[in-house]
Design a protein around this ligand. Structure first.
Ligand SMILES: CC(=O)N[C@H](C=O)[C@@H](O)[C@H](O)[C@H](O)COP(=O)(O)O
Length: 135
């Protein structure tokens, strides 16, 4: 089960460790903590998350938003955490997916690039239009 693993306050005020324990006890499922920074990843692993995902990198006001996946963040987390790290968020090309694995990702989640035809169409249209406009 994927949960928000950022340091932001939860609506119910509970700590991440409480959520992780509750999911484990009630469902026996693994918990993936979606984080946005290195510090959140470390804290999520300490809180008992079974997997850490870079899902929210660039989606919190205080995290860096890279063009594609944040490979620097991914590499640091993969090197330091005792749990698998999943690359998720803005993986739009096969090259980015490969780079994520090279950076140490246990697995790669691809969303928009395989599920959202209108966005994919816009990527193609923008590239074609901007290239055609070059002198
Ligand atoms: C930030 C957030 O809420 N991301 C969500 C995660 O559950 C999804 O909307 C994304 O599609 C998913 O993470 C995959 O990312 P991308 O669609 O960029 O490949």
């Amino acid at each position: 089960m994927a949960v928000d693993g950022t340091g932001r306050a939860r609506p119910d005020g509970r700590a991440l460790a409480e959520i992780v324990t509750a999911v484990h006890e009630r469902t026996g499922r693994l918990v993936m903590a979606d984080v946005s920074t290195y510090e959140e990843g470390v804290a999520a692993a300490e809180a008992g998350a079974d997997v850490v995902g870079t899902t929210l990198a660039g989606y919190t006001p205080y995290s860096r938003r890279t063009d594609g996946p944040d490979l620097g963040l991914l590499a640091r987390l993969a090197a330091d955490l005792p749990v698998p790290v999943v690359a998720e968020g803005r993986v739009h090309t096969v090259e980015q997916a490969g780079a994520a694995i090279e950076a140490g990702a246990y697995a790669v989640v691809v969303g928009t690039a395989i599920t959202h035809p209108t966005t994919i169409t816009r990527w193609f249209a923008e590239r074609v239009t901007s290239t055609a406009a070059r002198p």
